[in-house]
Design a protein around this ligand. Structure first.
Ligand code: ADP
Length: 484
């Protein structure tokens, strides 16, 4: 019986494919980066066809490295960078424009204009989100307004919108030749276009933004055995394998960390930083600058919601030290440099490169380095850069405490930055709660594999997955800092 699971994790900087066995063990991994395109300040784009090429390559490599027969793969789970917006021609698969990435702030004027009537929170009670450049709806409006011919094509039914999950599943299931046009509730909950309770597109918001409904994908549960079609045997997987799960990357990490109970939370430290708290079957609407999002929906069961603190720049600041300042040669070198000084020497970073997300939602904010004296050196800058991630997380946790009345007993962490001991210890110190890292830190791909396995019947229920979560490392707070 087919027992293996393939996870496709299409992230902001790279695409990974991973094969897992029926006990959630990693059998193979393949990963490739793609280009970051910065046409002008504040704009960030990806080439959608490059992403599809990288996806095909890593899928082929991972299946080959795992040494499994493609027909023995029970199901595929897709997880993706969220909000990033693509519009393409259903007849050819050609994108009308590059993918507009979640960090891109070109839609500031659109958001300001929409906020003039009813303020930045005018859609919050329906969508869970403030009006901000982060989300897909304004990006889609920008493409419809600015790229010649797209609006007409959308009205004719030729132009399709999708987040990256939708784009990849469309190609995997046949592309122009019968590809399915679908998304899941977690990805749809990031568009500013979905009613969070009804889990359907909101016609009034579509009208206000001038978005033709027929260009939008069908919304399905995150775990759905039959909704997403099957791969083409002549495609990269090499067999007809059902796509059974689709989740935004942060929601997949929540599943991968097995945070299935209300009150359980995880923080992922990648390009940005995303803290999600499971709040159960009723959405909690924030008064402290957090957003409300769908955590997952498993088949016919009610949707589970989360409160989220989204931080735009975390690891991206380390990349900036590397690429724009040349302070380090590799991201990992930041730890030694930060460790070369005793403390931050009074230097602080506010990395507001894309404005500030939670809890401020200030699109006009820009980055700062403060506290400089003649004493400050490269080490202090590196240290302040790492501390900025921990301080931003503390700000989000404080907001979560205010909104939910809950207190964390520990914070589960994952993502590319959690190999950094100095950062993780400082995070525990600044939060006043232990920070714990699981044995499998590829929680995003793991969550997609878990979701696919639940759909395909490899596991009967989420509770069964808890046995696979193993603590690998724990940092306990050293400073007696206030943790209120
Ligand atoms: P994403 O999924 O968002 O593409 P990852 O989870 O792969 O990101 O994490 C990559 C990020 O982690 C990059 O921004 C990189 O600068 C940062 N990073 C990698 N290694 C380290 C390290 N040792 N210390 C701090 N940051 C690191």
């Amino acid at each position: 019986m087919a027992r293996y699971l393939l996870a496709i994790d299409q992230g902001t900087t790279s695409t990974r494919a991973m094969v897992f066995d029926h006990e959630g063990r990693v059998m193979a991994l393949a990963q490739q980066e793609h280009r970051q395109i910065y046409p002008q300040p504040g704009w960030v784009e990806h080439d959608p066809l490059e992403i599809w090429e990288r996806t095909q390559a890593v899928v082929r490599q991972a299946v080959a490295r795992a040494g499994v027969v493609p027909a023995d793969i029970a199901a595929i789970g897709v997880t993706n960078q969220r909000e990033t917006t693509i519009v393409w021609d259903r007849r050819t698969g050609r994108p009308y424009y590059n993918a507009i990435v979640w960090q891109d702030t070109r839609t500031a004027a659109i958001c300001d204009q929409l906020a003039r009537d009813g303020g930045p929170d005018r859609f919050r009670d329906r969508t869970g989100l403030p009006l901000a450049t982060y989300f897909s709806g304004p990006k889609l409006k920008w493409i419809l307004d600015q790229v010649p011919g797209v609006r007409e094509a959308a009205e004719r039914g030729d132009a399709l919108f999708g987040t990256v999950d939708t784009w990849l599943i469309w190609w995997l299931t046949g592309g122009p030749d019968g590809g399915v046009h679908v998304t899941d509730v977690t990805n749809a909950s990031r568009t500013l276009l979905m009613d969070l309770r009804r889990l359907d597109w909101d016609d009034e918001i579509l009208r206000l933004l001038g978005i033709p409904r027929r260009m939008l994908p069908a919304i399905h549960p995150s775990v759905a055995p039959a909704a997403y079609g099957a791969t083409r045997p002549d495609g990269p997987v090499g067999a007809a394998v059902p796509v059974c799960a689709d989740l935004g990357d942060q929601q997949a990490a929540l599943v991968g960390q097995t945070c299935f109970e209300p009150g359980e939370a995880k923080n992922t430290y990648g390009t940005g930083c995303f803290l999600l708290l499971n709040t159960g079957a009723t959405p909690v609407f924030s008064r402290s600058g957090l957003i409300t999002t769908v955590a997952y929906k498993m088949g016919d069961q009610p949707a589970v919601y989360a409160l989220e603190g989204s931080i735009a720049v975390a690891g991206a600041l380390v990349q900036w030290l590397r690429d724009n300042l040349g302070l380090i040669a590799r991201s990992a070198d930041v730890e030694a440099l930060a460790g070369s000084v005793e403390d931050n020497g009074g230097v602080y970073f506010v990395p507001a490169f894309s404005g500030l997300f939670a809890p401020h939602w200030d699109g006009s904010a820009r980055g700062l380095i403060i506290g400089l004296t003649r004493f400050a050196n490269r080490g202090h800058l590196a240290r302040a850069a790492l501390e900025a991630t921990a301080f931003q997380t503390r700000e989000v946790v404080d907001a979560m405490y205010r909104d939910s009345g809950l207190r964390l007993t520990a914070l589960r962490v994952d993502g590319g930055m959690v190999v950094n001991e100095l950062l993780m210890q400082f995070q525990a110190d600044i939060l006043g709660v232990p920070v714990v890292r699981p044995a499998v830190t590829e929680t995003t791909a793991l969550g997609a594999a878990y979701a696919a396995g639940l759909a395909a019947g490899v596991w009967e229920e989420p509770a069964r997955l808890r046995q696979y979560w193993q603590e690998a490392r724990r940092w306990t707070p050293r400073l007696a800092l206030n943790s209120s």
